[in-house]
Design a protein around this ligand. Structure first.
Ligand code: KIV
Length: 276
C-alpha cells in the first residue's frame, strides 16, 4: 500500500511511531522502501552529507531535483518528502512554482524550514493542494550547521508551542521538531492534530527522523543520532583490500574473467600469424 498523509495521521492517532530517514540515492531508496520506512526524505542535508558543501545554504533546486529523481526511482510504497532548499521559498509565487517542480518529479510533499514568517507560504501551498511539512526549532538554513537546543526558556518554549499551532492552522500536514527539549516536544505533540517528527527532540514525538549517513557511520554523527553500522570503516577496509589485491596480482582471479572459446582463440592466433 502506498503511504499517504491519511496513513501517517492514522499512525499518530493509534500511537504507532512514524519512521523517517533521509535518503539521497537510488540503492538506499530501494533498501528503505524494502524496510517499510514510512517517509523517505530527500533532505537538503544532501549538501553536507553527499555533495561536500560546507552548509545547507549552498544547496540548489537543481541539486535537490537530481537527488529526488534518483530516490523516486527506488521508492514504491513510502511517502516521498523533499526539502525546499535555501532561498527557494522566499515568496508565495516562488514557493508554489518550486514545490510544483518537485511534485511534477515525483515528490508526495515538500518540507520547508521556518516559523510564523512562513505562514503565508504554508497557506498558499496548502490552497494549491500541496502537502506541507514544516520544520521548527533548529533550522540549518537559518541557524547554520552547529545545532543548539531550543525551548529551554519559558519565553522560547511558549513561542515554539504557539508557532507549531499557527503552522498547523495554516494547513501544515506534518511538522519536524529539531533539537527541541523533550518536554516541549511532548507538549507540541499532544497539542497538535498533525504528526510531529522529532530529531534530537526526545522520545515523545509521533515519529523520528535521522540522517542516513549518521546511522550508517559515514562521517561524524550528531549526539542525538545513533550509529547502527560503521560504514566508513567497512568501506575503507574494502578499498584497501581491493588496492592490495590489485597490486599483489590477487585480483582478478579466474572467477572474475570471461573466456573466448578455445576453437575461436585458435582461429585468431592463426589469423595473427598470417598477418605477420
Ligand atoms: O535535511 C535534513 O536532513 C533535515 C533533518 C531534519 C532530517 O531537514
Amino acid at each position: 500500500m502506498k503511504k499517504d498523509i491519511a496513513y501517517l495521521q492514522t499512525k499518530k492517532q493509534q500511537h504507532q511511531p512514524i519512521t523517517v530517514l533521509t535518503c539521497y540515492d537510488y540503492p538506499t531508496a530501494c533498501m528503505q522502501d524494502a524496510a517499510e520506512i514510512d517517509i523517505v526524505f530527500v533532505g537538503d542535508s544532501v549538501g553536507t552529507n553527499i555533495l561536500g558543501y560546507k552548509s545547507e545554504m549552498e544547496v540548489t533546486m537543481a541539486d535537490m531535483l537530481h537527488h529526488l529523481k534518483a530516490v523516486r526511482r527506488g521508492v514504491t510504497y513510502a511517502y516521498l518528502l523533499v526539502d525546499m532548499p535555501y532561498a527557494s521559498d522566499r515568496n508565495t509565487k516562488q514557493a508554489v512554482a518550486n514545490a510544483n517542480v518537485f511534485l511534477d518529479n515525483g515528490a508526495d510533499g515538500i518540507k520547508l524550514e521556518g516559523g510564523t514568517e512562513k505562514i503565508p507560504i504554508v497557506t498558499a501551498l496548502t490552497e494549491q493542494g500541496i502537502d506541507v511539512c514544516t520544520h521548527i526549532g533548529h533550522n540549518p538554513q537559518i541557524h547554520g550547521t552547529r545545532a543548539s537546543t531550543h525551548g529551554k526558556t519559558v519565553a522560547k518554549a511558549k513561542e515554539l508551542i504557539q508557532t507549531a499551532s499557527a503552522l498547523e492552522n495554516a494547513g501544515a500536514k506534518l511538522i519536524v521538531l529539531e533539537k527541541i527539549t523533550e518536554e516541549i516536544s511532548q507538549i507540541i505533540t499532544d497539542t497538535l492534530d498533525i504528526p510531529t517528527i522529532g530529531i534530537g527532540s526526545g522520545r515523545y514525538c509521533d515519529g523520528q527522523v535521522l540522517v542516513i549517513n549518521d546511522i550508517l557511520g559515514i562521517g561524524t554523527p550528531f549526539r542525538h543520532a545513533k550509529r547502527y553500522q560503521d560504514y566508513s570503516q567497512l568501506t575503507l577496509e574494502a578499498i584497501c583490500q581491493y588496492k592490495q589485491e590489485v597490486e599483489n596480482g590477487d585480483f582478478p582471479t579466474d572467477a572474475n574473467v570471461v573466456h573466448i572459446a578455445a576453437d575461436k582463440l585458435a582461429r585468431i592466433q592463426k589469423w595473427l600469424e598470417a598477418e605477420r
